[in-house]
Design a protein around this ligand. Structure first.
Ligand SMILES: [Ca+2]
Ligand SMILES: [Ca+2]
Length: 429
């Protein structure tokens, strides 16, 4: 008998299975994985094929946020008017709220989700999703939460998952899992619902003649694993992620058309359903250079071509295209007997650079930086926020090199006539 991993792998490889057998095995696979809330270990890996394709194994967990070093979320909005023809399981009761999870893996573009709380609970404690995509919810099993945190009467959050579903494809059903966090803000309030991916694909690829673990991650939680941002929409959240290590401490990379290992550039692509990656040595791609000023290192850029970290001179060569800046670090700087550490992140949307063939883009990351005071007024209460802004509009973080924070700045407010004169101390937040 096949285990769930072997079954999925056969499906991916197109091993012919009669339709009835295929469905029997899907039911078996779904039953097996639904019993396991821990990460499923990767099955024996296969070496890359001659075309650079490596089949990956399916893994799932209720805690992808920790295992994958943060995954983005899809917010599911509660629909004010429940569809009149939507069939629901009777056990959900009367206090049902309906929403939808958006995915291009379903021809309809979404899957219905219904939520409710039982008589015994102040918080949402029942969830059901249209796992088979037939538009009905009365044929589904109600999911129970694996954790709840209550803050007050009717207030708190409920965690569900991994919640199994499948998508149809020409090669048979494709398994997928989601985690849900449902926030309750009052007994009669709408739920605030977030979905994150509960699954990823993993295998061993060969980079620079050495085996490396490859994890492919549906970062934006839409059911596909090959999202790459385009030139216009270089949003950090819009692309999926890939990580070439099984070290959970290392942040996954923004997936693009290329990945770099050492000095070697590889063409990279992933299957939409996540089953495989194709990695080939890039042959003579047009490249240019991104050159930070001296002293700046770990400059991270990303775009449709992928993400690149520039820490030294021989890492400045990147494929031509448009890049956005993600972050930078400046070498620790001695000031008044202390080693200071400056880092930049949070670049605005328009902070991209274009790299042309053989051209050098010089990044002017150094000063002057600007100390900016923001004042928010609400009910005649002023809230002041002080930030340091870099050349590209990014936020500059100021700290000591040992990670500790210098004394917070102060704010003195004096009225025109001098009658009001007070000094406040900022707090780090
Ligand atoms: Ca259904
Ligand atoms: Ca995706």
């Amino acid at each position: 008998m096949l285990n769930s991993q072997e079954w999925l792998h056969q499906q991916r490889k197109g091993v012919p299975v009669k339709r009835s057998q295929k469905w029997d095995r899907f039911v078996l696979a779904a039953a097996l994985v639904s019993l396991c809330l821990c990460p499923v270990p990767a099955r024996a890996d296969e070496p890359a094929g001659g075309d650079g394709t490596t089949w990956l194994s399916y893994c799932q967990s209720s805690d992808t946020n920790s295992l994958l070093r943060y995954v983005s979320r899809q917010q599911l909005k509660i629909e004010k008017d429940r569809p009149a023809d939507l069939a629901l399981p009777a056990a959900l009761g009367e206090q049902v709220q309906v929403t939808r999870w958006t995915t291009p893996m379903d021809a309809a573009g979404f899957r219905r989700v219904a939520l409710s709380r039982s008589a015994a609970s102040d918080l949402c404690d029942q969830l059901v999703i249209d796992s088979n995509g037939d538009g009905r919810l009365d044929d589904e099993t109600i999911c129970q939460p694996h954790d709840q945190r209550q803050y007050g009467s009717g207030q708190g959050q409920t965690m569900f998952g991994p919640v199994a579903m499948h998508f149809d494809s020409e090669d048979g059903p494709i398994l997928y899992h989601l985690n849900f966090t449902v926030y309750s803000s009052g007994l009669n309030e709408d739920y605030y619902v977030m979905a994150t991916t509960a699954c990823w694909y993993q295998g061993t690829v060969v980079l620079n003649d050495r085996p490396v673990t490859c994890q492919l991650i549906d970062y934006n939680a839409n059911g596909t694993f090959n999202d790459v941002c385009d030139q216009q929409e270089s949003s950090y959240a819009s692309a999926d992620r890939v990580r070439f290590t099984d070290n959970a401490e290392i942040e996954p990379m923004f997936a693009g058309r290329y990945v770099r290992d050492g000095q070697q550039l590889y063409e990279f692509s992933a299957a939409k359903d996540g089953a495989y990656v194709t990695i080939r040595e890039a042959e003579g791609p047009a490249t240019g250079f991104i050159k930070p000023q001296d002293g700046f290192y770990q400059v991270k850029v990303y775009g449709p071509q992928g993400s690149f970290v520039i820490s030294k001179e021989d890492e400045q060569q990147v494929p031509v295209g448009r890049y956005k800046l993600a972050s930078w670090q400046l070498q620790p700087t001695p000031v008044s007997g202390k080693q200071w550490q400056f880092t930049g992140a949070g670049f605005p949307e328009q902070s991209g650079v274009d790299v042309a063939t053989d051209a050098v883009v010089e990044l002017n990351l150094g000063g002057p930086w600007t100390a900016k005071l923001e004042d928010q007024v609400r009910n005649r209460q002023h809230t002041f926020n002080q930030v340091v802004i870099g050349r590209y509009g990014e936020h500059v973080n100021v700290a000591y090199a040992d990670g500790s924070q210098p004394p917070a700045p102060r704010l003195r407010i004096v009225s025109d006539d001098g009658k009001y004169d007070k000094t406040f101390k900022f707090e780090y937040g």
